[in-house]
Design a protein. Structure first.
Length: 420
């Protein structure tokens, strides 16, 4: 079995190959409808988890370990395992929200967001690049087992070093605490559980942030899942080349995002609002322009398309200085909810992207059918950035002034007036 083929398979989830002790290997090929169902299984369970704001602390070890077993048992069992994967996936942005609210200072939000939101492209690159080597050396099933082992190790480190409140962490000094709390209100420091949900979801700036999150995730997720199929079926690259190109495309996102997070927080040559406009426009409009160009790119130069796919990944790295940072700054102590809701948006993308492919792409090798989706993505990105430039601000929203105490005082005042 070609190791690079396995890397491509792991990356887009379109096919599962199991190397057993006997030859030939068992190959599980799925139809486009079955691939869509597998994506939706993750989405549904992740939506359930994110709506409840679950903090799943069981780790991912059992999920990865059971992948190879479930494939042998049948498609229905594979769906069950994908449901559990979705439940574990639900806590990603909830954790990011907690870390940015409680551990990041107001002057370092973009750095934290840039680092923490690198998990998807980083995991994609490592999985795509290492799975082939593991498969060739010790067997396919060990791709899952080693993922499970690494997850268990990381989870153990998380238990040892992490606390929700930096004040209670033994590894944080008093100087670092003062840096984290600089400029924050008392409500922001105390991490009260109260959240004025209605006021938050009625705010236009928050909706501008969520709209851009949808457009950004829609663009990135579509490319992450379906770029390998496009490269192989439309551009006619070999499976080996597809695996390599898919890994390199995701890798281009990481250094750009880390650099943008640092630049956004460090340099003050323009106002914070203008910086967010600039970073968001690059993160959203550049992919839109690339998607439109891809519809007219010359078919005899497939390498241009591949490089532009990498350009989309790289441009999306600017988002940490755009809508992500805006969401953290305007919501302050309630950023946990605003950023955590991004997970729900990501789950919706899991529905939308496969649905569009199921509707418009009947032949994976037909470039014109893919181009219809490219235009839809580009239009969504342009609209989202326009809304962001209208409403984006670095000032805290009015709902940040609402606390549990102020809400209780207002209720008491109303009761006294009614008694009169």
């Amino acid at each position: 079995m070609d190791p690079k083929k396995v890397a491509q398979i792991v990356g887009n989830g379109s096919e599962v190959v199991l190397l057993l002790d006997t030859e030939p290997p068992v190959v599980h090929s799925y139809t486009q409808y079955q691939k869509t169902v597998l994506q939706w299984a993750v989405s549904i369970s992740s939506i359930m988890g994110s709506l409840c704001f679950l903090r799943i602390r069981s780790g991912l070890c059992p999920v990865h370990w059971t992948n190879s077993c479930s494939c042998r048992l049948g498609f229905a069992w594979f769906i069950v395992v994908r449901v559990f994967q979705g439940l574990a996936y639900a806590c990603d942005f909830a954790v990011i929200g907690v870390l940015c609210t409680r551990w990041a200072s107001l002057q370092e939000n973009a750095k934290f967001l840039g680092l923490l939101t690198c998990f998807s492209p980083l995991s994609s690159f490592l999985t795509n690049s290492l799975s082939g080597v593991i498969c060739e050396s010790i067997g396919w099933t060990w791709v899952h087992y080693l993922h499970a082992l690494v997850s268990l190790i990381f989870f153990t480190c998380w238990i040892i070093f992490y606390t929700d409140d930096p004040v209670k962490n033994y590894f944080v000094t008093s100087t670092e605490i003062r840096t984290i709390h600089k400029g924050k209100t008392e409500a922001h420091k105390t991490h009260e559980r109260f959240v004025p949900y209605l006021e938050v979801v009625k705010d236009k700036v928050v909706w501008a942030v969520w709209l851009n999150a949808f457009a950004d995730l829609f663009s990135g997720f579509f490319l992450f899942i379906y770029a390998p199929t496009y490269i192989k079926k439309v551009l006619k690259y070999s499976t080996t080349e597809t695996g390599i190109l898919g890994a390199l495309g995701a890798l281009s996102h990481i250094p750009v995002k880390m650099t943008c997070g640092y630049v956004s927080d460090t340099y003050h040559c323009m106002s914070e609002r203008h910086k967010m406009w600039m970073f968001n426009s690059v993160a959203v409009l550049t992919p839109a322009a690339i998607y439109i160009y891809l519809c007219f790119a010359p078919a005899n130069l497939p390498i241009v398309t591949v490089l532009l796919f990498g350009g989309v990944h790289a441009a999306l790295g600017f988002n940490c200085g755009g809508f992500y940072k805006c969401g953290a700054l305007v919501s302050r102590q309630y950023a946990e909810f605003v950023i955590a809701f991004t997970q729900f948006i990501k789950c919706c993308v899991f529905f939308v992207a496969p649905a569009l492919v199921a509707i418009f792409v009947q032949d994976d090798a037909n470039a014109g059918q893919w181009h219809t989706i490219f235009f839809i993505i580009a239009g969504t990105l342009v609209f989202a950035n326009t809304v962001f430039c209208i409403y984006a601000t670095d000032k805290p929203c009015k709902f940040t002034e609402i606390t549990a105490e102020s809400r209780a005082s207002a209720s008491e005042k109303v009761e006294k007036e009614l008694q009169k």
